[in-house]
Design a protein. Structure first.
Lengths: 111, 114
């Protein structure tokens, strides 16, 4: 399977703490994207990191990519209750936006 | 708001029936992809349409078919519905041909097959 795998499957933290989610994948990629999904709704694009990039920031989000290990991490700093959602990584696996998603990390931020 | 709209938002069908789901792409995008997301799982790629032709397909049987129209809107058709087809169906639009390849998703159609 070309799907990524997120780790952990579920994460519960206190508001203000940092949350780190990891993603591993199996094939070569052009880019890797992180998405957020509030329960049963559409996916919201968070950040895209290209295969030649190692780190990218967007507001409270920090994404790293290690293509040699085929892994990525998403760090959310100073978490808020509103960050409670499922987070997915998705790889293009060389295809033009044929995205392969992982199983997701369910993040719960406790106020 | 992503500018990608899907209809209907919810749908209940009986096993064996046929269903058509619709998606309007974000303005300026030329590619639409469809995904199936079962409860508790990540989205699974069904197929992609580019310039009104299928441009890649995931591991789904032929009873899943689609169309893309000149205005880049799209339909997903599923024939002979099975109980396991119950899922959230998501469409995503993107602009292929540039470096900016983010895919933007609609809110999905929740299909229940009984």
């Amino acid at each position: 399977s070309q799907q990524g795998e997120e780790d952990p499957q579920a994460l519960s933290i206190q508001e203000g703490e940092n949350a780190t989610m990891n993603c591993s994948y199996k094939t070569s990629i052009n880019n890797l994207q992180w998405y957020r999904q509030n329960s049963g709704r559409g996916l919201v694009h968070l950040i895209l990191i290209r295969s030649n990039e190692r780190e990218k920031h967007s507001g409270r989000l920090r994404v790293t990519l290690d293509t040699s290990k085929k892994s990525s991490s998403l760090l959310i700093t100073a978490s808020r209750a509103a960050d409670t959602a499922s987070y997915f990584c998705a790889t293009d696996a060389g295809g033009a936006n044929n995205l392969f998603f992982g199983t997701g990390t369910r993040l719960t931020v406790i106020p | 708001e992503t500018g990608v709209t899907q209809s209907p938002t919810h749908l209940i069908k009986t096993r064996g029936q046929q269903v058509t789901l619709r998606c309007s792409s974000q303005s300026g995008h030329n590619t639409v992809s469809w995904y199936q997301q079962a409860l508790g799982q990540g989205p699974q790629f069904i197929f992609q349409y580019y310039r009104e032709e299928e441009n890649g397909r995931g591991n789904f049987p032929p009873r899943f078919s689609g169309l893309q129209f000149p205005n880049y809107s799209s339909e997903l058709n599923v024939n002979a519905l099975e109980l396991d087809d119950s899922a959230l169906y998501l469409c995503a639009s993107s602009l292929v041909g540039t470096e900016n390849t983010e895919a933007f998703f609609g809110q999905g159609t929740r299909l229940t097959v009984v």
